[in-house]
Design a protein around this ligand. Structure first.
Ligand SMILES: Cc1cc2nc3c(=O)[nH]c(=O)nc-3n(C[C@H](O)[C@H](O)[C@H](O)COP(=O)(O)OP(=O)(O)OC[C@H]3O[C@@H](n4cnc5c(N)ncnc54)[C@H](O)[C@@H]3O)c2cc1C
Length: 634
């Protein structure tokens, strides 16, 4: 235990040393004013088309870091003549949902203010929009897809239906998603494996999700990989289930084993794979969950869809449905819109502030509708959404109202409200509300969000990319471990590129969480990954992207110097809500888990956001919002 604390302190110190120590007190807040903020937004303000470093962009994080690291915030605030029924901190899916639930319950005259530190709304659900040769090319800057409705609570389904997303609409999106588009859950689509070789990257096309589970052609595909023959043979035996790698253990011992041993340890010790081979099996988990195989139990890895189900007798039986789904290509469907869940955020914003897109009808044109950001924060709106505004203090005053302090354009401002919902990050809440109990603060501070980097690269045409023979390929040895075409579904009024001669976007995903570190809890690795993100300048990402794409696509006629039209890097240092890991976390009794203790109502302040559900999914963000609004309107 002692060494755990030491390591964590060391990591925290590393992050602080990299950022705050370079700044004198007062400088941090002034620095944030260097963003694009103005009190009223300029007429051409439209962040989705901005390129370069996006996501956690300059001006969005400095104020919060000064508060969290150095307890630094202004002593005085200008009191605005603004009082609201509800102030929501954070305009991600949870904050937007909280505003909608509150308005539905209290009526359309309820006065609501949403504050967000970014220059765009949506939180993780961000839109990247390009224009090239008269065509709009859309992609995701974060949260990707809508899960099956059966996994949503009644209130979350109600919200989706309010914004026009019901099962019929989802079915229509699925039908209009090409069968070859693997990223949108088309599990039988080709998804390739790309591995560096002496002659540049070698891409072996085929259905690797199927090959992982002994799907047709797996032996031939593995034999094509540029790795030693002995490793090929081990992978073939493992994927095909040629033997049960736990057959010396009793049933009970097997059960304990898969719940307590890391997936990578199993692969090395039982399957006999060399550590150099592990990324081939692990990039899947890194992109899906954040950490790689040293931080997942065998069971967690298998449930995530990693290979091995066929090579463990009893588990194959227990989880045969899942195994069958992957092998036969009938895995759960995820529904995707052309800009991912950013369209869900757009629909919510439109519902709250219709004037932002007066001619937009709904789901049928959400992807192409023009959004007028200057309408977000007008005095006449009953709901106002204020961007570029970092909240630094939320305080209940004599149980009568809440005072909310924030910084916008370097100015320290104060509004008041009857109620406040914190739909921001759990980790920051103790700094916003220092009056909270030690126990609640510890609960809120326990989880660490998993960092990610999503880049989009606009190509003048898609000819070289078509040479890969798949719309998605895993690149386990590269900085960006998954590379896909940007969404190609015809949905929300969007017409994706029609043929390889047209411009396209390449969507590249990276998990910066170290994949090769053993015996370090995932939460510490997330801190390392987050630090890496903040320490990496755009130029470095650009170089990595150019090098990776050139090596992958050069053999198909690609020239990065002439074929790339734009690059957008969405860095997401505070990504997925922390969900408990079998190797790191105890099994708490109901009500005793840190997120449950942390999310307790605090007078006129309630806590939403997906962190408060310890689940990195949109349905969790909605459920948290519902709970928070119920608390405040009871
Ligand atoms: C890369 C990635 C991919 C994902 N893919 C999916 C997916 O495919 N499907 C799915 O269901 N879920 C996905 N998720 C999970 C996603 O987190 C949730 O779906 C949901 O978007 C979370 O919403 P939220 O409002 O809880 O948090 P966030 O989206 O993080 O929103 C919180 C907002 O509060 C702001 N904020 C924080 N502090 C302050 C402050 N002091 N003042 C003002 N504002 C503040 C933040 O900057 C942010 O804008 C993904 C997440 C990531 C990171």
């Amino acid at each position: 235990m002692a060494s755990k604390i030491t390591r964590r302190d060391f990591l925290n110190g590393m992050a602080i040393g990299a950022g705050a120590s370079l700044l004198m007190p007062g400088q941090v807040i002034a620095q944030a004013s260097g963003s694009l903020v103005s009190k009223t937004l300029p007429g051409d303000y439209y962040p989705p088309t901005l390129t370069g470093m996006r996501g956690s962009h300059k001006g969005s994080y400095e104020v919060a870091h000064a508060l969290a690291w150095n307890n630094q915030k202004p002593a005085h605030y200008e009191e605005l003549d603004e009082h609201y029924d509800l102030v929501v901190v954070g305009a991600g899916q949870s904050g937007l949902a909280a505003a909608w639930y509150y308005r539905k319950k209290m009526g359309p005259t309820a006065k609501i203010l949403l504050l967000d530190n970014h220059d765009d709304f949506g939180g993780h659900a961000k839109r990247n929009e390009f224009h090239q040769n008269g065509r709009m090319v859309l992609s995701l800057g974060g949260a990707q897809n809508i899960e099956r409705m059966s996994g949503y609570s009644e209130t979350a389904v109600g919200l989706l239906e309010d914004i026009g997303i019901d099962q019929k609409a989802l079915d229509s999106i699925a039908i209009n998603t090409p069968d070859n588009f693997a990223l949108a859950g088309k599990i039988s689509a080709n998804n390739a494996m790309t591995i560096p070789s002496t002659e540049g990257h070698k891409t072996v096309s085929g259905n690797w999700m199927g090959y992982f589970h002994g799907g047709e052609g797996y032996k031939e595909a593995v034999k094509e990989l540029p790795i030693p023959g002995i490793e090929q043979n081990k992978l073939i035996a493992f994927f095909g289930g040629e033997r049960d790698f736990l057959d010396d253990l009793s049933l009970l011992e097997q059960y304990r084993y898969v719940k307590s041993v890391s997936y990578n340890q199993f692969l090395v010790e039982r399957v006999g794979l060399a550590e150099e081979t592990l990324p081939i099996l692990g990039s899947f988990m890194s992109i899906l969950n954040g950490p790689a195989g040293w931080n997942h139990t065998v069971l967690e890895a298998l449930v995530s869809g990693c290979p091995g189900l066929k090579a463990m007798g009893w588990i194959t039986n227990r989880l045969s449905d899942l195994a069958g789904a992957f092998v036969l290509g009938d895995a759960p469907v995820a529904y995707m819109l052309p800009d991912g869940n950013a369209s869900v955020a757009r629909l919510l914003v439109h519902k709250l502030i219709p004037n932002v897109a007066p001619t937009m009808k709904g789901l049928e044109d959400v992807a192409v509708a023009q959004f007028n950001y200057t309408a977000l924060d007008l005095e006449k709106n009953t709901t106002r959404l204020r961007l570029n505004s970092t909240v630094v203090g939320v305080k209940e005053i004599t149980s009568k109202y809440v005072q909310v302090d924030y910084i916008q354009k370097g100015k320290a401002l104060r509004v008041s409200a009857n109620h406040c919902v914190l739909a921001c990050y759990n980790g920051l809440i103790p700094h916003l509300c220092p009056e909270m109990s030690k126990e609640q603060k510890e609960g809120l501070s326990y989880g660490v969000k998993a960092p990610f980097v999503y880049a989009n690269v606009l190509l003048k045409n898609g000819r070289a990319f078509a040479g890969l023979g798949a719309t998605l390929t895993q690149c386990p040895y590269d900085p960006f471990q998954w590379v896909s075409a940007a969404p190609t579904m015809t949905a929300g009024g969007y017409q994706p590129p029609q043929n390889p001669d047209q411009p396209m976007a390449v969507f590249m995903m990276a998990s910066p969480t170290p994949a090769d570190v053993k015996d370090m809890p995932a939460r510490d690795l997330f801190r390392v990954g987050r630090h890496k993100i903040y320490a990496t300048p755009f130029k470095a990402y650009e170089q990595e992207i150019r090098d990776q794409l050139q090596s992958m696509l050069g053999q198909h006629g690609f020239n990065h110097e002439t074929d790339i039209a734009a690059i957008t890097v969405n860095r997401i240092p505070h990504g997925y809500a922390y969900s408990y890991m079998g190797l790191d976390d105890p099994e708490w009794e109901e009500g005793q888990a840190p997120h449950e203790i942390g999310r307790a109502q605090f007078g006129r302040i309630s806590i939403a956001n997906s962190d408060s559900e310890a689940m990195p999914l949109m349905q969790a963000a909605f459920d948290a919002a519902w709970r928070a609004v119920e608390e405040q309107s009871a």
